[in-house]
Design a binder for this molecule. Structure first.
Ligand SMILES: [Zn+2]
Length: 246
């Protein structure tokens, strides 16, 4: 299994064994069971065993800005207000977090240099290739080698449920013709496969196929497990988290 379900107290969450088998890294994707807006920070602190001030949230604007976290206070004051859809760090014992209503969480780990990254990729982030941008930053800022990077594509709305307009199809095919295979027409409407789109972009960036795991869990189909903005217009979100262990 690429993502496995775990439970702790009243909470159900997911882990990526392919990541967590490396003793230096821990990943979590929350569910709707035991998690809500009111307790998410506290529960993440508990599950990651870090104080709340070590939890670094993105500030998602469906863009492709990625912040490199060197100092949490500097990030919170200076970079976060500008909008941040991706986080990257080589610092231990801080938890990077993105939040998701149906959009794809992308997890990154350089096994050799111990670098972690996390990105939020809805259709806009996918179209602007935030995954490829993350990989290039890892190479440029930390000297990562492509063969050392592993990537996890987390739960999001799946091609089964993600109907999109003609304009999204045209934007994708106009910018990345090779993503045409990620669209399927059902009853005259396009359906977009965001998992496959991100996977193809990440492969194009040079990551090895065997180093990519894909949850293929649809947040809308599995409404008993996940919140889904598309399905229920909820303001509740899941959180993706990653931490480099000390
Ligand atoms: Zn579905």
């Amino acid at each position: 299994m690429d993502f496995i379900e775990k439970s702790y107290k009243e909470m159900i969450y997911y882990e990526i064994p392919f990541f967590n088998e490396n003793k230096n890294v821990k990943t979590i994707f929350t569910s709707r069971i035991g998690f809500n807006k009111g307790n998410i920070l506290n529960n993440l602190a508990l599950l990651f065993d870090e104080p709340e001030n070590k939890i670094v949230f993105s500030n998602q604007v469906h863009g492709n800005n990625i912040s490199i976290i060197k100092d949490i206070n500097f990030y919170n004051e200076t970079e976060k207000p500008k909008g941040v859809d991706g986080l990257l760090t080589d610092k231990k014992n801080i938890v990077l977090v993105t939040v998701h209503g149906d959009c794809v969480p992308l997890f990154f780990f350089d096994k050799k240099r111990k670098i972690i990254g996390l990105a939020h990729a809805g259709w806009r982030g996918t179209l602007s290739d935030i995954g490829g941008k993350m990989i290039n930053l890892m190479k440029r800022e930390f000297g990562s080698e492509l063969s050392d990077i592993i990537v996890g594509i987390g739960p999001s709305i799946g091609p089964c449920c993600y109907e999109v307009g003609e304009e999204i199809y045209e934007s994708f095919v106009g910018k990345h013709l090779f993503l045409i295979e990620c669209f399927e027409k059902k009853e005259g409407k396009y359906h977009l496969n965001l998992w496959r789109s991100n996977e193809l972009l990440i492969l194009r960036a040079g990551i090895l196929k065997q180093n990519i795991v894909n949850s293929c869990l649809c947040t809308s189909c599995h409404n008993d497990r996940f919140y889904s903005y598309r399905k229920e217009r909820t303001m509740e979100r899941m959180a993706a988290g990653i931490k480099l262990m000390g």
